[in-house]
Design a protein. Sequence first.
Length: 195
Amino acid sequence: MVDKKLDKYYWFGGVIAVTSLVVILALIFIIVPSFKSIGKVDKDLKENKEELSIAEQKLAKLKEFKVKEDELREQSRVVYRAIPTKKEVGDLFIQLNGLATSIGGTGNGTGNSVSEGAGTSAAAGTEGISTLGSNISVTFPDYATLKRLLSESENTLRYLHLNSFQINSQNSFTVSLSYTAYYRSENSGQPEEAK
């Protein structure tokens, strides 16, 4: 009977020892690595959140740049249209004469001349841009008409530069105007959308 009780105690002792050993091994090989893995996953999650935040900021900047790119392309098209080709630059001076006539000036036909230049100091560093100058002589009924011509020629889409003007008469304004227009060569870079 004592042997049976001892066997029973040995059996309980063995069960407790095996259970303790299993718990210790589970702690060492399963639970502790799981906590380390959870800590590593948590650290990776924080890093990924930071990377996501940075990526979202970059995406916002890219969207902003895309809007700016569209604006720059539109400005490029406007500039491209504002600088005519050599074939079209003569039309500017015809339009200028027409503008002077439409606001009340009368051209006397003398003094109209066109001269071509290799560039001015403003366009000397710009590749593919040349200048063409024109001198016109117009008689205006009054100063207000001359002022209107000057203001409307400044507001044209295509860039004209008034180099000089001389008033030659006392009763009416006979004005000699010297304009320079800029033109681009035929093979100059053209915006993609304008092609």
